[in-house]
Design a protein around this ligand. Sequence first.
Ligand SMILES: [Zn+2]
Length: 414
Amino acid sequence: MQKYLFDFCLPLDVKLIIIVGDGMADEPLEALRGQTPLEYAETPHMDDVVRSGSIGQFYAIRPGIKVDSDAAHLAMLGQDVNLSSSNRGAYEALGAGLTLGPTDVGFRVNLATIDNQFALVDGRAGRIRDEAKQLEHAVNDMVELDAVSFDFRQTLGFKGALVLRDDDFSVDVSLPTQYGVGRQIWARAANGTSQALHTAETINEFMVKTNEVLKRHPLNLRRLTDQKPPANVVMPWAVGQIERMNPTMRKYGKGLCVAAAPVIKGVCKYSGMDIVDVPGATGEYDTDTAAKGKIALENLGNYDIVLIHVEGTDEASHDGNVEGKLIIIEKIDAMVGLLLEHTDIAKTRFALLSDHGSSCVTHDHMTTEVPIAVCGAGVKADHAQHYDEKSALQGRLNILFGKQLMPFLTRSQV
Ligand SMILES: [Zn+2]
């Protein structure tokens, strides 16, 4: 008799490793002679997962729905997803290591370049790298808001998160986008409530004051001399608020998230998982996937479930960079190889999937199915041989949806 914690839970001695290549699935590309990047790339270890297990189709929400990564991961971790309103700013703040009280508001921010009229020049400040940490310290030390307190955290290069702390804020604000070059970046209240007006005013006060400090910062003066865009404002572009955490993952066991992207770390934390910082994981092309694999292996003894997320595949599609996407897929494959090599397959269950497809043609997320493969403890095999979009259509797993993922992966037999 095997012992189970819950009806649908993993056998007590089995570990579950979930590997998510963000936007890894794609469409057939001319540059790859009509193959998708997953078909074209050399992926012997991903193919091992399929050969020793089963493959099928996965939709985070349902067919025809274009889904963002935060909504996809929320669904995968058992949360109800509200497709009409994103709460992204809150997850970004949580994932950046900031605390978020029930009345605080969280934001995803960019270090950006603006002109003297507050019009956007470069939403990513020339893709400034981690030297931007100095700017975080300058903003937190030197900016003071009239009535409220804040916490700003630079995370990866030009990316960051912000929390504004007050009991009179609202998420009903319209924010600038990082792509609105030439447009002024002022936040506006989305309705006439005093909370919305107060929030928009506070964001604008924050942007004016960060601009005051950052435009004089030595790093930016040096960037100007080097003819690089100065990171002269902290620009919030996604907002969110959470009343309380909703640890949906706890019923499946103790979970760890190994990711670079703060929004994914935040969604996992919100859902009751621990998060860990991975030195060398950048969320970009140069990300160190081997470091992620090693951290996962080091921590496997202390956790029932480890989710490893790699962002670079999605970044490559958004840039239309086919070669970059192939390189990252092959890096993920090497990480899968490392994990397979150093785990006991009889006591470990693997799942490999994308949260959604991302097209190198349209540079956008796709609404079609993506491949999901499982292997290891308690998993039956089918006849599929390769991890790619076409094989997924033939696999034994048929079709799985995001909200079914955890109940499915933690069944005694899969
Ligand atoms: Zn995604």
